[in-house]
Design a protein around this ligand. Structure first.
Ligand code: ZN
Length: 165
């Protein structure tokens, strides 16, 4: 027979659903002063109209995105996120927050392309570490040979997941 305490253990040990991890990521974004909304209105036009021009950093996905990407709390397709991000540093923070919650952000860093979220895999984790190393090493102005290879790997890995442009 199960007891209350073993039931409790089962609950605690249960891995978080994709949606729960997504909730955690958006909560962290808000804690870092991003306007961050999930399942927000019907489309990008209405979303941006509601958020307005004031917030420097804002991210959201709308109801059509939800319907496309989430089924029963599971990420079944890339989740596209509209955004306005004020600096490269803030963009890196966004990537890091999603990575900490088990998501890889497919994103070229530009304002014009939406961020596409997929579940993190060991390969993607390696890719995101390469991306960080590339960025850190680029700071001193010298470009090492491996960085070009790293960028090629990142490009191919993202292409293999399929990036909608
Ligand atoms: Zn709309």
């Amino acid at each position: 027979m199960t007891t209350t305490s073993t039931n409790l253990k089962a609950v605690i040990a249960q891995p978080k659903s994709d949606k729960e991890r997504l909730n955690a990521a958006f909560k962290q974004l808000r804690a870092h002063k991003f306007v961050a909304k999930q399942n927000f209105l019907c489309c990008q036009t209405c979303g941006w109209a509601e958020i307005g021009a004031e917030p420097k950093d804002a991210l959201f996905y709308h109801r059509q995105d939800t319907e496309h990407a989430l089924k029963d709390g599971k990420l079944v397709s890339k989740l596209y996120i509209a955004h306005r991000i004020s600096s490269e540093g803030r963009g890196l923070l966004v990537r890091a927050i999603f990575a900490d919650n088990g998501f890889y952000a497919i994103w070229d860093g530009s304002d014009s392309s939406r961020i596409a979220l997929v579940n993190m895999t060991p390969e993607l984790k390696a890719i995101s570490m390469l991306r960080t190393a590339d960025r850190v090493c680029s700071k001193d102005g010298h470009e090492w040979g491996w960085q070009l290879q790293a960028r090629e790997l990142i490009k191919n890995a993202e292409k293999s997941i399929g990036v909608r442009s």
